[in-house]
Ligand binder design. Structure first.
Ligand SMILES: Cc1ncc(COP(=O)(O)O)c(C=O)c1O
Ligand SMILES: N[C@@H](CCSC[C@H](N)C(=O)O)C(=O)O
Length: 451
């Protein structure tokens, strides 16, 4: 496969996409100009999310969907059009990429067909013999792709507890090509110190790329590129789109040369996001701010509710989170995913199956609330032995909180906890089984909403 910018690439006709004058061969500046209101200051992110300047000839308020695979050229010698073929570039996708670069504080953003597609593009930067350092609590699909690369691609993968920067220091070396981080992790909601680990990685291996999966928080709440990361990627299937009606992956970088290498793979492998999904994602991004604000306010209420009833809750909005301060030193919010344990896998199953408002579903970031058992669902691709070695509690329940009325959500959860026999009910209230405050016999009485 020829490299970006090489004469072979140009001879293949792909050279059009790698001209020096711009990023994709399009007549656009490589980085989005910051939007500046009349007073001279930069717009706030909530404004940037909804503000876009189109260049459509009819001044369409909604960016048009260029549902076309090809674009006619004005000459036979490869001249003329900004676009030739949608795999290489499409105006709707370009608009989305430029919009994302702005809200992700990046020089360039690229969009592909899923979050895993984004990680696939990123890991194609690796060569056999390269070493990757990553966490011991990772989204199951990420773990699966890394396992595949280590068994089929000659990549050496080190899984360490990335909540401890010293554990990372212990394995990084000049052979480290990539450090791959999630924070908060999915599903144990562990926090990873991006600035410290980026410094450790770059010191040990100056060419190492620090890639951060920011899916759990979205650019509204955290900007890993500002914290020392070289690459940030997200599953656009989650908060960015917000309605579980599309699959997408987003990659953002500051280094133009790195952007060109990633774009090369996207064009060469054909995983760029379709025009229709680009349009849907653009539409979803406009409401990211209001959705996330409501979702995390609801999540905070629910986390506090569960904790006050004696459950072990993992959520960075709770002061009891062991890395509360670290999280808030990097992020602007706690997000809307939390997990809790019951101490009994069967009790957890019954809770999940007793919920009504909370849909039993994988994924998160959607406007409606979801409940799941990661070990049985999103992380089932990690084998049981590995889950045990990595201290993943089999009974863990993940809640992905939506925008519903919080009282309705709490009411439904309370009913599910009671129906599942997950709590002891006493005249003083009810508590998780096994909680120190828990005493007395379990009863079938449903606690009143004030409890
Ligand atoms: C943290 C995280 N990263 C990446 C992905 C992959 O995203 P996608 O499903 O869009 O491929 C997921 C979920 O699927 C995820 O939870
Ligand atoms: N069957 C899917 C599971 C997708 S999990 C989606 C999401 N990341 C989550 O954490 O819920 C698969 O095998 O990838």
């Amino acid at each position: 496969m020829s490299e970006p910018g090489s004469s072979k690439a140009k001879a293949n006709g792909a050279g059009k996409a790698f001209t020096a004058r711009d990023i994709d061969g399009h007549d656009l500046p490589p980085s989005p100009a910051p939007s500046t209101p009349r007073s001279g200051r930069k717009y706030a992110l909530m404004t940037e999310l909804v503000f876009t300047e189109g260049s459509d000839q009819y001044n369409a308020s909604s960016v048009p969907i260029y549902q076309s695979a090809t674009f006619k050229q004005s000459s036979a010698t490869g001249g003329g059009g900004e676009y030739d073929y949608t795999r290489s570039g499409n105006p709707t996708r370009t608009h989305l990429e430029r919009h994302l670069a702005k809200i992700m504080n990046a020089n360039r953003a690229l969009v592909v067909s899923s979050g895993m597609g984004a990680l696939d593009v990123i890991t194609r930067l690796l060569r056999p013999g390269d070493e990757v350092v990553t966490g011991d609590d990772l989204y199951g699909g990420t773990n699966r792709l890394l396992k595949y690369l280590s068994s089929h691609g000659g990549i050496i993968v080190h899984h360490v507890d990335t909540t401890n920067p010293e554990a990372v220091r212990g394995v990084v070396s000049s052979k480290t090509a990539m450090v791959l981080l999630e924070t908060p992790t999915n599903p144990l909601i562990k926090i990873v110190d991006i600035p410290s680990i980026a410094t450790i990685a770059h010191t040990a291996s100056p060419s190492a790329l620090v890639a951060v999966d920011n899916t759990m928080l979205s650019p509204l709440l955290q900007n890993p590129l500002d914290l020392g990361a070289d690459i940030v990627y997200e599953s656009g299937t989650k908060y960015l789109s917000g309605h579980h009606d599309l699959m997408a992956g987003v990659i953002a970088i500051n280094d133009p040369a790195l952007g060109d290498r990633l774009y090369f793979t996207i064009n060469a492998s054909g995983c760029g996001l379709s025009p229709f999904d680009s349009w849907l994602l653009l539409r979803g991004i406009k409401t990211l701010g209001v959705r996330m604000e409501k979702q995390q306010a609801n999540a905070q209420r629910i986390a506090e509710y569960l904790e006050s009833h004696g459950f072990k809750v993992r959520y960075p909005g709770l002061k009891s989170h062991p890395q509360y301060d670290l999280h808030w030193s990097m992020a602007r919010g706690a997000g809307a995913v939390l997990s809790f344990e019951t101490g009994d896998v069967h009790v957890s199953e019954r809770i999940v199956e007793s919920a009504r408002l909370w849909a039993i579903s994988v994924s998160f970031g959607c406007v409606n609330s979801l409940i799941s058992m990661p070990c049985r669902m999103s992380h089932a691709s990690i084998d049981e032995k590995t889950r045990r070695e990595r201290n993943m509690p089999e009974d863990i329940i993940r809640l992905c909180v939506g925008i519903e009325d919080p009282e309705d959500l709490i009411d439904d959860l309370r009913t599910a906890l009671v129906q599942a026999g997950a709590v002891n009910i006493t005249p003083e209230g009810f508590h998780a089984l096994g909680d120190a405050a828990s005493s007395g016999e379990n009863s079938n009485a449903v606690p009143t909403p004030s409890e």
